[in-house]
Ligand binder design. Structure first.
Ligand SMILES: Nc1ncnc2c1ncn2[C@@H]1O[C@H](COP(=O)(O)OP(=O)(O)OP(=O)(O)O)[C@@H](O)[C@H]1O
Ligand SMILES: [Mg+2]
Length: 349
């Protein structure tokens, strides 16, 4: 069996009375990109810091590529590339120096570190800013430098905390390509993000965290099977007229479908139910111009795991049982209480 790139069992960490991570148990496999998903304050950063050997757990066990960060932090640090949510850069150093010094901290000689630094600056689009002090970089440029810094020593396991925040659209696409490439090279990639639609495009697996606990796979699977909103549009029809036509064609009560701007929203509890409804709409000669899930599966699972009840949608069963109020998907409301303090990893360790 392949050794998981990351394995955590019963990991816990509190800060005084704040139980930041209560119970984290999960595995992350090499060759895949895994998302770490959860609302603000769920404990993602705290967990990542522990995985990165920068913060000691109160209890539980962690293995990075089979190595225990508590007993051998050096071996773990040589295996992981860590990108914190905010670059705690040495402001006076230039981008180039930041990477060269990082390479030297990983026991590279200066020549090799310098070559590697130039290659990485080029890769993350900072070649023109090689000589700029890190403190003058824009937010997105700092993110790029943070990513390059995580990659200097060619790590097997990548831990990235909100890597896309502050990046422009092109840089986000490049980041996705890079993460896919790392996975294809057999590395382990764990990436936290709030932008679920973006994660959706890049991840193979997801670890969900709610209130300090990782969610068991069975619950995630059950959430994925729950009722989901679908978006339907009829060509040339006003949405409220379309809603009536759709409800009639599907044998639903008029209030079982809902108008959302130009579209009609209906809840289905499976893809099969949605497919059957589509067949009925087409058989009824309705000009279906769009018929698609209104949410990505990560977003739906995230919402369904109880982070908010707002987006729950009753099922519109195709055989005519009326369903009421299929609410449109709400943006992922964050349920955390306190604004998390996120000091630099150095001060938190
Ligand atoms: N050094 C600390 N001292 C005290 N409390 C802390 C500390 N670090 C984190 N916490 C608390 O632990 C909880 C989890 O914080 P953490 O930063 O891990 O959440 P997160 O999931 O990364 O959130 P976000 O999505 O906002 O980045 C929060 O309630 C936060 O206030
Ligand atoms: Mg965080």
């Amino acid at each position: 069996m392949t050794t998981p790139g990351i394995a955590a069992t019963g990991v816990r960490r509190s800060f005084g009375d704040v139980h930041a991570v209560r119970a984290a148990t999960f595995e992350v496999l090499p060759g895949r990109v895994t998302g770490l998903v959860g609302p603000n304050g769920a404990g993602k950063t705290t967990l990542l810091l522990m995985l990165a050997s920068l913060l000691a757990p109160d209890a539980g066990s962690i293995r990075i590529d089979g190595v225990d960060p508590l007993s051998d932090p050096q071996a773990v640090r040589s295996r992981i590339g860590w990108m914190p949510d905010a670059l705690g850069a040495w402001g006076a150093l230039t981008s180039l120096e930041t990477l060269v010094v990082t390479g030297q901290l990983h026991d590279m000689d200066k020549g090799a570190a310098t070559m590697r630094a130039h290659a990485l600056l080029h890769e993350v689009g900072l070649a023109d800013l090689a000589k700029a002090p890190a403190r003058v970089l824009s937010r997105g440029q700092k993110q790029r430098l943070g990513l390059a810094r995580a990659l200097v020593h060619d790590p097997r396991v990548l831990l990235l905390d909100e890597p896309a925040s502050g990046l422009d659209p092109l840089a986000r696409i490049e980041l996705r390509t890079l993460l896919r490439r790392f996975a294809a090279e057999g590395r382990t990639v764990l990436v936290s993000s709030h932008v679920l639609s973006e994660l959706e495009e890049v991840v193979d697996d997801a670890v969900f965290m709610v209130a300090g606990e990782t969610v068991a796979q069975e619950r995630v699977d059950a959430a994925a099977r729950s009722v989901a909103p679908w978006r339907v549009r009829l060509a040339g029809a006003d949405a409220s007229v379309a809603a009536e036509q759709i409800a009639a064609a599907l044998g639903l009560a008029p209030d079982a479908v809902r108008v959302d701007r130009r579209d009609v929203l209906i809840g289905f509890d499976s893809e099969e139910a949605a497919a059957a409804a589509l067949r009925s709409l087409v058989s009824a000669d309705l000009a279906v111009a769009e018929f698609a899930a209104a949410q990505g599966s990560l977003e739906r699972t995230f919402l369904d795991l109880g982070t908010t009840a707002a987006a729950r949608v009753p099922a519109a069963s195709h055989d005519g049982a009326p369903a009421s109020d299929p609410s449109p998907p709400e943006p992922a409301e964050q349920s955390a209480a306190a604004e998390p303090t996120t000091p630099d990893e150095e001060t938190r360790a």
